[in-house]
Design a protein around this ligand. Structure first.
Ligand code: ZN
Length: 422
């Protein structure tokens, strides 16, 4: 395969991202190691020496594993894009099954499936070696395998029909197909958000409403009333089925809305601390973060489909990766552009992550401030955040540049400082 100018650009972009990721990881490791000898003064009252050491080891172990995955992913991507295997597979597939919408959806689905098979050993290692070594893993082999089977069935039942419909739209609506496709995908996402709490999440976890009459339930519902956050149920999820990490979130819309606390969180925090965590979650809702994030993801879907539609008209894009170019609005003509876009999107997207995280960090500060207002003090939330940082062995000393690229939340110190300033 001859190297076109764009193929070279794409290769440079992939290498640039990979090198940047590996470099950031190294810079971060060096930073963590430089602080590893003793607990930094700011954390002395938060964490004891042995726990701090474990958090350093955990950070370094995750970081080294991450580097391996980064390098493997880059090699795989470069191999796929520049060896000619994709156009070869596409040709074989089309020769065997034709270029109907169903066949083309099958092709994309098969590639996605192959990717998830390739990533299985990494997922397995992360869960049963890495997380296990630090005492976080509680997943059994059976749960792990069942999770994968369920995810696959969901992809067949929900993802595949969606793919078929998107490709049908190309043939039905012609040049403006991407607008219709974006609208369809967004409608599908909204529907999923609506039904997920009732239909999909229970496939993976058990949800139990807080015990009627318990002091925790009374406390949390009082908070919900006080902050004018109508909720029907506050449920505890058996997060401990898979991991000792803890979390809380709310999900669904309107009547279907529910607040979910991990059982691990409930056992780690005292009741007032749980209340402050819930206040933070309510803050996200009250400050319209959910709507704003949704608006951005809707815009993202439009931009993505517009990009695919544009790329699908560029011969140089197809030829750079060895695909034959055919004009016209048939699934078989657009699918290579979709596939290439899906493979390359992260290469560009990576450079936007500091921007996106800057935005999401602002949300976290706002939610923290909301929690402080509704709790009447900052100390309870600070206490909760400290405990969670300790229990999850979070990295207390990330390199600032690293946290800019990878952290959607401010660090513990940043949050404490913001909470304690007026
Ligand atoms: Zn938050």
């Amino acid at each position: 395969m001859a190297w076109s100018p764009f193929a070279i650009v794409a290769l440079v972009l992939i290498l640039a991202r990979t090198i940047a990721e590996l470099w950031l990881s190294r810079v971060n490791q060096r930073h963590v190691r430089a602080h590893a000898d003793e607990v930094p003064p700011a954390f002395r009252e938060i964490i004891d020496e042995p726990t701090y050491r474990r958090s350093v080891d955990y950070t370094l172990a995750k970081s080294r594993f991450g580097e391996m995955v980064t390098a493997f992913d880059a090699a795989l991507l470069i191999g796929l894009l520049f060896s000619g295997v994709l156009p070869w597979a596409f040709g074989k597939f089309a020769a065997a099954f034709g270029t109907s919408v169903w066949a083309m959806a099958g092709f994309l689905f098969a590639i996605g499936f192959a990717f998830s098979i390739i990533s299985l050993p990494f997922a397995w290692y992360a869960q049963f070696k890495l997380e296990d070594r630090f005492g976080f893993n509680t997943t059994t082999m059976k749960t792990w395998a069942l999770d994968r089977v369920k995810a696959f069935l969901l992809a067949v039942l929900l993802g595949f029909p969606l793919l078929v419909l998107v490709l049908k739209l190309i043939e039905w609506t012609g040049p403006n197909w991407w607008i219709w496709a974006a609208v369809l995908v967004i409608a599908f996402q909204l529907l999923l958000m609506l039904i997920a709490p009732a239909v999909i999440m229970p496939l993976f976890n058990k949800f139990t409403p807080l015990l009627e009459g318990s002091t925790l339930r009374d406390r949390l519902f009082a908070l919900a009333r006080r902050t004018n956050f109508p909720t029907r149920s506050i449920e505890v999820m058996d997060g401990s089925k898979r991991s000792r990490h803890s979390n809380a979130f709310f999900t669904g819309f309107g009547r279907f809305r529910k607040i979910v606390l991990f059982d691990t969180l409930v056992s780690q925090l005292a009741e007032p601390e749980l209340e402050s965590v819930l206040a933070h979650e309510i803050g996200h809702y009250k400050k319209r973060h959910v709507l704003k994030s949704l608006a951005v993801s809707i815009a993202g879907v439009f931009v993505g489909f517009a990009a695919v539609a544009w790329l699908a008209r560029q011969q140089w894009f197809y030829r750079a990766f060895g695909f034959e170019y055919h004009a016209g609005f048939a699934a078989g003509n657009i699918v290579p552009a979709m596939l290439l876009f899906a493979l390359l999107a992260g290469t560009i997207g990576f450079w936007f992550s500091p921007l996106i995280h800057l935005w999401s960090r602002r949300f976290e500060y706002e939610a923290d401030a909301f929690a402080r207002e509704s709790m009447g003090d900052a100390q309870t939330l600070v206490q909760a955040l400290r405990k969670l940082t300790e229990k999850n062995l979070s990295n207390l000393t990330p390199h600032p540049l690293y946290s800019r690229f990878y952290y959607s939340h401010p660090t513990l110190l940043e949050r404490e400082r913001a909470l304690q300033s007026r």
